[in-house]
Write a protein that binds this ligand. Sequence first.
Ligand SMILES: [Zn+2]
Length: 394
Amino acid sequence: MLTIHQPEIIERENETVLQAKFECGNTKDILWFSTTNEFGSYLCHERGDAFLVAMLLYAMKRGEDIHILAPISARLYYTLTKHLVKVIADMFPGYHQIQIIGDIDSGNLDNAGGVGTGLSCGIDSFCTVIEHTDESCPSDYKLTHLTFFNVGASGDYGGDHARDLFHQRTEAVRPCADELQLPLVTLDSNINEILDMRFVITHTYRNVAAVLALQKLFKTYYYSSGYSLRQFELNHSDSSHYDAYTLDMLSTNATKFFSSGEIYSRVEKTDIVSIHPLSYKYLNVCVAAETNCSKCNKCQRTLVTLDLLGKLNLYNKVFNLSNYQMHRSKYFGLVLSGRKNDLMKQEIYDSIKRDHFPIPFGAYLYRYPQAIFQFGIRHCPEFIKRQYKNLKRQ
Ligand SMILES: [Zn+2]
């Protein structure tokens, strides 16, 4: 049995903390969420929802029922017990279907009516921001707040390094939030250390838990999709694959989650982002460095996409374009060679084919490196030309 106690609020000089003790077997610990005092009054100690969602996979992995000593929102109790718990148990190898025991609360929470989304300044995040600050968005659904959480994106398992990176990244995105004239809500947590699980598998649950910790602030929250709805699958290896479903299952009476950008491919999102001048200053997709390294897999993918959209030169402040031009053939070659095992590369390849984009001829050297060994470099071009013609016919 995993027992989660009633959450409590602790006010400190520079932060307000929402925390709850828990016990599971021989483990006794405290899970906490902390925000600046400016937003401290929105931390929700009246419900156990944030802690229930945060610990759901933890309990199911161990086969422990959850006994929660704080009221659970009626909608969340219903969706978990009648829908999601079984879906997770069937999807995750070795996970168990568990019982959730606790009081249900059907009443209304105080809610400030905020509309939020995470601001990472990546393609998915920028696309959500653009679509929900645009004049075509109904006023009730326009963003009122942006968020930045330390729940695993800066390091799956937490620790000081991840926390330092979280603070650095917060300051990197803050000027963008300022230019958008939207307040930036930051939230720190020890969920990374408690869960001890990979972020990619659990990111939807972690971020939803963080938002539910602020359940008295947000009426609506957009979670930027990693994959399009066309790529939906119940696949435990990345919670992005099925979060269009999970987000509805984890909504409460007070806070409704939407998957955002799920109707677009990554190429289409990049096209949307590329019309917004703020992205020319702040786009940051890198997984290897604090600013875009222009070399890692995500930087490469974004540069190639901007290239085929004809928007590359708009991004000379955030990417090293001369480095890109030096490696352009290789990066296109990696799209050709890697597309079968990478949905994002396949999307780029589909756009190349659809638009008849003239990719550099040298890319085929990377597509068919075996030719160099088989035929020798002197005869290689003929072989590649034959392959190129075959490819065009596909
Ligand atoms: Zn990079």
